[in-house]
Design a protein around this ligand. Structure first.
Ligand code: FES
Length: 278
């Protein structure tokens, strides 16, 4: 037997395997969903409109799409944009290059994108789905002359532990947005959007605080949990989330896109938000 033709007990070559189950469903679904998400998120980013729902836009409250939060700079003339007073640094400057959309999402989406791109779970998923290296356990990989693993360009994956800090900041900001979603012009109430944006913050928190890097951050540098009961409790909670990290990764991905779709449809008048404000 020529061992050079064998990888892990199966013949070499893309998709060759002795597995009899439908192993290809997972990578195919991942490929379809991630591609769909990337197309939609890019389209929404370029549109840069209908990301805000409010009555007068004055005072506390309103629905803000998570794709656009926080709004650092705004073009208030765009339909469905926040008023200038809601943007952290005012309006887009006059020298803003015309080839870059004057969309608040342009300024912020790189941070959550970097966090997801470098996530340990997503790495496994898109390596399998997009590059076939390999497509699944005990399945032949795309033949490569010089396989280098996560070296060279892919060293960028090491940024994950730093991207985590940005992700935590985003959880705080989106939680604030969820609280805002229960108010209109300073008046408390509840709408379908309030529920959607609250669940969005919860799902993103479950994804972020179940991160392997976060788990290491709170529990990885100690050998004696007995010295810190609080830290042990936090580590146990993180471990519970970590065990379902894949589930939180997909749930939060679907929900964040769905939240943008909902706010967009309400803001553009396509659907009505049922709420107690009347
Ligand atoms: S490992 Fe997935 S978010 Fe950190």
């Amino acid at each position: 037997m020529n061992s050079s033709t064998l990888i892990g007990g199966h013949k070499a070559g893309l998709n060759t395997t002795m597995r009899t189950d439908k192993w290809w469903i997972g990578p195919l679904l991942s490929l379809s969903i991630l591609t769909g998400f990337l197309i939609y998120a890019t389209w929404a980013l370029i549109q840069g409109d209908h990301y805000w729902v409010a009555d007068t836009g004055q005072g506390f409250g309103g629905y803000l799409s998570p794709f656009f939060s926080p709004v650092l700079l705004v073009d208030p003339s765009v339909p469905g944009a926040v008023p200038e007073s809601h943007a952290w640094f005012g309006t887009f400057p006059s020298w803003w290059p015309s080839f870059i959309p004057a969309s608040p999402a342009v300024l912020i989406l790189m941070f959550p994108a970097m966090f997801r791109f470098t996530c340990y779970y997503y790495r496994k998923t898109y390596y399998r789905a997009f590059t076939g290296t390999p497509p699944g356990c005990s399945v032949g990989a795309l033949p490569q002359k010089n396989y280098r693993g996560e070296t060279r360009f892919l060293l960028v994956q090491n940024l994950h532990r730093y991207a985590l800090y940005f992700a935590i900041i985003f959880v705080v900001i989106l939680s604030y947005d969820a609280v805002q979603a229960f108010f209109r012009d300073g008046k408390f109430g509840v709408g379908v959007g309030s529920i959607i944006l609250t669940l969005n913050a919860i799902f993103l928190a479950c994804y972020t605080f179940g991160c392997h890097s976060f788990r290491h951050l709170i529990g990885g540098s100690t050998n004696k949990f007995s010295c810190s009961a609080a830290r042990y409790t936090a580590w146990k909670g993180c471990t519970k989330l970590n065990e379902k990290h894949m589930n939180w990764a997909w749930t939060s991905l679907f929900w964040v896109a769905g939240s943008d779709v909902y706010v967009r449809l309400v803001s553009s008048g396509v659907i009505t938000d049922y709420n107690t404000w009347g």
